[in-house]
Design a protein around this ligand. Structure first.
Ligand code: SF4
Length: 401
C-alpha cells in the first residue's frame, strides 16, 4: 500500500509554522495528496464489485451500526486535517446515541462517513471500519462499498435530517415534489398518485395541519418549524432503520425544539428505529439519548450511558462541558467556559489534545496520548487520570499506510 508522507516544516523564528508554508512545500503536499486521493477515488468508483468484498459480520448482532477505529481525513493543500481520528462506538437497534462535542470536533464528519457523503475528493475515509446491518439481514462494510451500491442504503435504510432545513430543501421545487421524489427514487411507490398520497400521510404523521395545502407550497412559504417537520417527513418516508439527526433543532426556537424532539422520540418508538443524534446541546442529549459519545478534536474522549455521563462524568473535558451548561446553581453566577482553544487540526500534537486547556494536566499528558480506560461495559474515557494505557499514534498511522 502507498505510504502517506509526513512533511516536516522548517521552523522560522517568530512565525507560526502551522500556518505558513513555502510554495515548494505546498506543491509537494498537493502532489502527494493528488496521488492518495486518486487511489481512494478509484476504489470507490469500481463497478460490478462482487458483494462478498463488502459483506461482513457484526461484532454484536444487537447493533445496527458499528464504527471501529474510523479515520476520515481531509487532504488540503496546507496539510492533512484528521477530522475523525480513530473513532469507535456502536449504535444499538432501537436506541438513541447522542454524539456531543464543540464545533469542528468531528461529529458531523463521522455521520457523513457512514453515508459516504464526506466531501470528496479532499475528504476520504482512510482507515477503519463502519459495519451496517441492513433490513435484509446482510451486514455491509460501508468503507468498502462502491458508490453505486451505496444508493441502495442512502435515503432508504439510513436517512439524515440536516441542521438547516432552508438550505437542505430545494427552493425552486414545491415541498410535495421533493417528498414524492424520495419515494419514487427508492421505488417505495409505483405511481405519482400513490407517491402524493404517501407524502400527504407523512406530512400528517409529523403533525402538519392542512397537509394538502402545504404539499403544494414552496419551502420559503413555510415557517422554520414546518420546514424542519417536512425534512423529518422526508427522512422517514422510506421507514429507515437508522436516522442521523445532525443538530436538527439548532435553528429552531425553544418551543418548536421541544415539539420536534417529542416527534422524533414518538416516531422512533413507532418504527423501532435507531437514531444517531448529533448536537452540541447537552440539554437535548440528556432528554433524548440512551448512550452518549463525547468527541474532542476528532477523537472520543468519553462514552457511556446517559446516566453515567451526566451523573458520573470522568474526563475533564466532559466535566467542563457539564459546567458550561446554562442554568447553574445560583442566579447571577458567571457561566463557566473552558479556557483555551482546540489545537490546530492540521498540526495535531502527539500528546493529549486537551492538555493545554486541562487544569489537571500531568507531565505525562504533555508527552503521550492516553488510551481508553474502561470502567464497565459502556463507560470509558481517554485520560491519564484513570489509567496509564497509551495510544500509539505511530501504530495507527502504520495501519493506514
Ligand atoms: Fe487532562 Fe491529562 Fe486527562 Fe488530558 S490526559 S484530559 S491533560 S488529565
Amino acid at each position: 500500500m502507498a505510504r502517506l508522507k509526513v512533511f516536516k516544516r522548517k521552523k522560522i523564528e517568530g512565525i507560526d509554522d502551522s500556518v505558513y508554508l513555502s510554495l515548494r512545500e505546498e506543491r509537494r503536499i498537493s502532489r502527494n495528496n493528488n496521488r492518495i486521493i486518486k487511489r481512494f477515488e478509484r476504489e470507490k468508483a469500481r463497478k460490478n464489485v462482487p458483494e462478498k468484498e463488502y459483506l461482513t459480520v457484526m461484532r454484536d448482532p444487537g447493533n445496527v451500526v458499528e464504527f471501529e477505529d474510523l479515520h476520515t481525513y481531509f487532504f488540503t493543500d496546507v496539510g492533512t486535517v484528521k477530522a475523525v481520528n480513530g473513532v469507535s462506538f456502536d449504535v444499538p437497534q432501537g436506541k438513541i446515541v447522542g454524539v456531543v462535542g464543540e464545533s469542528g470536533c468531528g461529529k458531523s464528519v463521522t455521520s457523513l462517513s457512514l453515508m459516504q457523503l464526506v466531501q470528496a475528493p479532499t475528504g476520504q475515509i482512510v482507515a477503519g471500519s463502519i459495519r451496517y446491518k441492513a433490513s435484509d439481514g446482510k451486514v455491509y462494510e460501508i468503507t468498502q462499498m462502491p458508490k453505486d451500491q451505496m444508493l441502495k442504503i442512502r435515503g432508504k435504510e439510513i436517512a439524515m435530517i440536516f441542521q438547516e432545513p432552508m438550505t437542505s430543501l430545494n427552493p425552486v421545487f414545491k415541498v410535495g415534489e421533493q417528498l414524492d421524489e424520495v419515494l419514487l427514487v427508492h421505488e417505495e411507490v409505483k405511481s405519482d398518485a400513490e407517491a402524493k398520497k404517501r407524502s400527504i400521510d407523512m406530512l400528517k404523521l409529523v403533525g402538519i395541519a392542512d397537509c394538502e395545502k402545504i404539499y403544494g407550497n414552496y419551502p420559503h412559504e413555510l415557517s422554520g418549524g414546518m420546514r424542519q417537520r417536512v425534512m423529518i417527513a422526508m427522512a422517514l418516508s422510506c421507514n429507515p432503520r437508522l436516522v442521523i439527526a445532525d443538530e436538527p433543532t439548532t435553528a429552531l426556537d425553544v418551543t418548536i425544539q421541544a415539539q420536534i424532539l417529542e416527534l422524533l422520540r414518538e416516531i422512533k418508538d413507532k418504527y423501532e428505529g435507531s437514531i444517531m443524534f448529533i448536537t452540541h446541546d447537552l440539554g437535548v442529549i440528556a432528554e433524548m439519548a440512551d448512550y452518549v459519545v463525547v468527541m474532542y478534536a476528532g477523537r472520543i474522549v468519553e462514552q457511556g450511558t446517559v446516566r453515567e455521563i451526566f451523573h458520573h462524568p470522568k474526563h475533564p473535558y466532559t466535566i467542563g462541558l457539564m459546567k458550561s451548561k446554562p442554568g447553574g446553581e445560583t442566579v447571577g453566577d458567571r457561566l463557566y467556559s473552558i479556557r483555551g482553544q482546540v489545537p490546530n487540526p492540521i498540526n495535531m500534537p502527539d500528546h493529549c489534545y486537551f492538555c493545554n486547556r486541562c487544569d489537571q494536566a500531568m507531565p505525562i499528558c504533555h508527552e503521550l496520548y492516553p488510551g481508553m480506560t474502561h470502567f464497565n461495559e459502556h463507560h470509558a474515557t481517554a485520560c491519564f487520570l484513570f489509567g496509564d494505557e497509551i495510544l500509539q499514534e505511530e501504530e495507527v498511522m502504520e495501519s493506514i499506510r
